[in-house]
Design a protein around this ligand. Structure first.
Ligand SMILES: [Zn+2]
Ligand SMILES: [Zn+2]
Ligand SMILES: [Zn+2]
Ligand SMILES: [Zn+2]
Length: 492
């Protein structure tokens, strides 16, 4: 910036411009003159900034008076940035603390096979922010080193040293969200006391023997304000769940929340007490396969009214057909989003149910193991049976046959020609080994659909409408992790 121009502009205009500069450019401004040096410390330059994926946080934590969001990740951030976080005067609104996990989960049941010492090191950072007084959101996550995190097969890492950290979170006033993502805080003794006043709107924490007092105290203490609750199954083992002393009280506490609108949990004893909720619209179940509790889900669904979204993931023994009957009876006309996992025999009942789900906009079928079995379902989707369906999400880690071969099949062609407004999202669509020339299918051997980048196991969006004329633009995203294939444009 030329000195003359800079002198012409008043402070508020310069500040307006400086909020759009990159962090590096703000630092460069400081070297220009005393005036810009001073303005670079102004809250307006920083309050909207989200500092994530940055290696060295130290200069920002020294200069910025405030930030919208800050993420500290043990494997990505420099070592000294953590001690800077413990003492900084920078007021952070949303703080995410991430620990890496090096190995994954048991192949057998997806439970963690490693515990990680960790939470005590975060306590001082949160205490410092709580003292500054702007902290609203805290998230703790374990971060798998693999970039592709498999949806639907979540494992949990046990974080030791939760006592001081969880007691601190329970005492922090005015927090709006607390989330433990893919990790379980472990406590050695029950939480000392609950929150001074209810404030939390979002709470996400796995249910585990090591952290149940934290979970229960937070749910009960914030019951008046909570709107979104996610209690994932954590480290609890199916059979033990029934005997867990706190589990029997969970439904009651959840049912007492006057604003609860979104709930994810395992099947819980006495779940049907929640059916009377007037606000609950989105529910998700991590079905564990405990026979005695499956009935609780069905009873809840039968009694619940006008659900907007329902997801059930988890166990192959689950009675999806019974569940479908229950939800059709109570929420058939309102359901917009349905997500089912581990399907065995539900395709035909689902085809028959479609006309009774007139509002259905998105259908997710997860943990599939065979694409060809889907053909009957695809052929059953028409503007008459599913007038509002815009997105079909299919996920499996083991496509058989190759997804590219399937994409060339008659059923896919038929579903798109009948439903030009439909989008099919494929997750982890594996295909023939590109190097095994003799074993490749016909589709992979011919040069087509290269835009799918078949080696890539992210999300692939298939669509048939004219590009740029989408009836549902939210079904495409500019995210670099999505690829798209325009069906009629490639050789079909
Ligand atoms: Zn640093
Ligand atoms: Zn192939
Ligand atoms: Zn092709
Ligand atoms: Zn589209």
């Amino acid at each position: 910036m030329s000195p003359a121009l800079e002198q012409l502009l008043p402070d508020d205009v310069l500040l307006e411009v400086m909020q759009y500069l990159s962090v590096d450019d703000v630092f460069a401004c400081r070297l220009v003159c005393k005036r810009l040096e001073g303005l670079a410390r102004h809250p307006n330059v920083w309050r909207h900034r989200r500092i994530v994926e940055k290696h060295c946080l130290c200069p920002v934590l020294r200069l910025a008076p405030c930030l919208e969001a800050l993420e500290w990740c043990k494997q990505r951030s420099c070592e000294s940035s953590f001690s800077a976080l413990e003492t900084t005067k920078c007021a952070v609104t949303s703080l995410t603390l991430a620990l890496p996990t090096y190995s994954g989960y048991s192949n057998y049941d997806h439970r963690p096979i490693r515990t990680y010492a960790g939470l005590e090191i975060f306590t001082q950072a949160v205490r410092n922010q709580a003292a500054i007084g702007h902290l609203k959101h805290v998230a703790v996550q374990s971060r798998p080193l693999l970039d592709v995190v498999m949806e639907g097969s979540i494992g949990y890492v046990l974080l030791q040293g939760g006592d001081a950290f969880c007691n601190l979170l329970a005492q922090c006033p005015c927090l709006l969200s607390v989330r433990f993502l893919l990790c379980v805080p472990a406590l050695t003794r029950p939480l000392e006391s609950g929150p001074p006043a209810p404030s939390l709107v979002v709470f996400e924490c796995p249910l585990a023997f090591n952290s149940d007092s934290f979970l229960m105290t937070m749910l009960a203490g914030h019951a008046a304000t909570l709107e979104v609750v996610n209690i994932s199954p954590g480290l609890i083992i199916d059979g033990d769940l029934l005997e867990h002393p706190n589990v029997s009280k969970l439904s009651e506490i959840l049912a007492s929340m006057p604003r609860l609108r979104s709930l994810k949990c395992s099947s819980l004893p006495r779940l049907e007490t929640l059916a009377a909720s007037k606000t609950l619209r989105d529910v998700g179940f991590y079905e564990s396969g405990v026979y005695g509790l499956q009935g609780e889900i069905v009873k809840f669904l039968r009694g619940g009214k006008e659900l907007r979204a329902l997801s059930v993931t988890g166990h192959y023994r689950f009675d999806y057909v019974g569940m479908l009957d229950a939800v059709l009876a109570s929420s058939g006309r309102s359901l917009e989003h349905l997500s089912l996992g581990d399907l065995q025999d539900v395709h035909q009942p689902l085809v028959e149910a479609l006309p009774r789900l007139p509002a259905l906009r998105q259908l997710n079928l997860l943990q599939l193991y065979d694409l060809v079995r889907l053909d009957g379902l695809l052929l059953g989707i028409t503007p008459l049976t599913a007038p509002n369906l815009r997105r079909l999400e299919l996920e499996t880690s083991d496509w058989e046959p190759c997804a590219h071969h399937w994409l060339h099949g008659d059923a896919v062609r038929a579903v798109f020609s009948a439903n030009p407004a439909l989008h099919i999202h494929l997750w982890k669509a594996s295909h023939c080994n590109p190097y095994a020339v003799e074993d490749r299918c016909g589709a992979c051997a011919s040069v087509c659909h290269l835009e799918a980048g078949w080696n890539f196991l992210g999300r692939l969006v298939l669509f048939a409408h004219e590009p740029g004329k989408c009836p549902a633009p939210e079904d495409h995203t500019a995210d670099s992790k999505w690829r798209s294939v325009h069906m009629p444009c490639s050789s079909a």
